[in-house]
Design a protein around this ligand. Sequence first.
Ligand code: RNT
Ligand code: ZN
Length: 425
Amino acid sequence: MAPEMIKEYDYAKKRYEAIGVDIESAMEIMECVPVSIHCWQLDDVTGFERSSAGLSGGGILATGVHPGRAGNQEELFEDIEKALSLIPGKVKVNIHAIYGDFKGKAVERDCITPLHFKRWVDWAGENNTGLDFNPTLFSHPLADNGYTLASRDRKIRNFWIEHVKRCRGISNYIGKELGKVCINNIWIPDGSKDNTVSRLEHRKILKDSLDEIFEKDYPEENMLDALESKLFGIGLESYTVGSSEFYLGYAEKMHKLITFDTGHFHPAELVSDKISAVLPFLKGIMLHLSRAVRWDSDHVTTLTEEIIAIMQEIVRAGALGRVHIGTDFFDASINRVGALVLGARTAKKALLYALLEPSESLAKYEYEGNLFARLALLEDLKTAPAGIVWEQFCRTNGTPGDFEWAGDALKYENEVLKKRERNSG
Ligand code: RNT
Ligand code: ZN
């Protein structure tokens, strides 16, 4: 370490020690907690199906025509490896069923097998990362009429039930092979643009479909099931079958994880406050960190007060073992690799910030009813030297620090992304 870095780090250490925070133990925890980065930021949720025309339907949308989208497995691996080199500490990679190794063949979604994901498993093994998984219930003709698992049409429903069952099997295979749990997160686009009268009917159908999907048990050390709710999607403004209440009820009853996507709630609702509300009842939580801007739920995650509050709630609850941190956004208008790295670094930075909290003093003030002292400590913490500790975390992991990594991402754009054939979108 350069002498000036040592000096800065010692200063930060003393400053935190003075308020009862041990930065070394915060760093140790940082080394153990992975962030699951979503691969679909790198290709605008296009995937590798032969017929793939890109993201369509389901009320989600990637906007922008920035050059350099990953167009095949090699390019995607190349981009993820670049991202890994710029994200300090442990990472998992979150993939979707449409990213299978289909070798140019048309493989229907109700026919995918673990073999289609062997390449991912080999790659993850070589790169020492875990993988998470998602069935893909959008961008498909059988998802075009608004309903998949909640469809009244038995044929449509069966197709998607089979798809999700296979995805659970694939997640089990991935987790077993890698020796790291694979979370299979189910999000469905089902809903309607306008006033819907059969609300209960579709929800009962969804419940029955899920019951059928979960008939088979897999070892928990290999795979865990998660259910992701949503408030609404574009073109699906009036009715969402998989609402928050629906999945909370289901997850509690069936011992599943709930996925909180930070863009999937009313703007006045806070995911940070939902964490402690569901932990007494649920098996665990998967987080999709994103940033909602007006009607879009998928802007790049930045270090907002809410992202910090989410991490503080996890740390304060001692729930790092039950809350799985991941990102989920799509921005096709800027350097895609840089955007992914930014979101992942932010998630980790927020976690570090939360770990640098003098929990004993704060709790003591609260028990004593000294609420002024609690407020003053929380306020002063906002300008404590967390950035210096973050720099150290980057350095010990051989990763560029702040004000350096973005230059690397830009260089990669100039040297690699801009040279790709499909030069826009
Ligand atoms: C959509 C959900 C879902 C997707 C991915 C692609 O609103 O957030 O998680 O973003 O499955
Ligand atoms: Zn999501």
